[in-house]
Design a binder for this molecule. Structure first.
Ligand code: HEC
Length: 155
């Protein structure tokens, strides 16, 4: 039990770092497909933040928060890779050329994010408790992080 608590503590620190990184965005000046994917990403970030406030105990536990926001992420991840046509890094884009050099890996990380979001929704629908939902939420956030690490410019 103590170990699980410790792990969740560590995961929360990692999450804090993730979300502070998410707050900075480069929206100004973006157009076309770059703007479209920034909007999609921002939508996913908002969904993650809503769930994070429950995970961190700032808001009361309600399974609907995980169902609704998990579905937002699932929905965006259905089409996310179509918003990355070859070499679309114009304007303020933070996308790296590595995306198109490692396209299969990029798609794979997105598929993982999609299935992690789907599982989170299903768990919440089936009446899962907060602790397993938290673990699944952290797993899901690992997909955002993994993709940004390899394919998004660092500030
Ligand atoms: C398959 C790869 C991939 C996945 C998965 C992914 N992202 Fe991104 N994300 C990117 C890339 C690439 C960019 C930079 C896009 C650009 O600037 O053209 C980005 C940009 C962002 C931005 C900045 C948007 C802006 O306005 O500039 C936010 C916020 C973000 N992602 C949140 C998330 C969250 C939250 C998740 C997980 C639920 C996630 N992303 C999953 C690749 C990914």
């Amino acid at each position: 039990m103590i170990n699980i608590a410790k792990n969740i503590g560590t995961m929360m620190i990692a999450l804090g770092m993730l979300f502070s990184a998410l707050n900075a965005n480069a929206h100004t000046g973006a157009t076309g497909v770059v703007k479209q994917r920034m909007d999609a990403m921002s939508g996913m970030a908002d969904a993650m933040k809503s769930m994070a406030s429950v995970v961190k105990g700032k808001k009361a536990f309600d399974p609907a928060v995980f169902i609704d926001n998990g579905e937002v992420i699932l929905w965006h991840s259905e089409t996310l890779t179509t918003l990355f046509p070859e070499k679309s890094i114009q304007g303020d884009s933070e996308a790296l050329p590595a995306i198109w050099q490692n396209w299969d890996d990029f798609v794979k990380i997105n598929e993982r994010t999609k299935s992690d979001a789907k599982k989170l929704v299903e768990m919440a629908q089936q009446g899962s408790k907060l602790r397993p939902l938290t673990k699944q939420f952290v797993k899901l956030s690992g997909g955002c992080k993994a993709c940004h690490k390899g394919y998004r410019k660092k500030k």
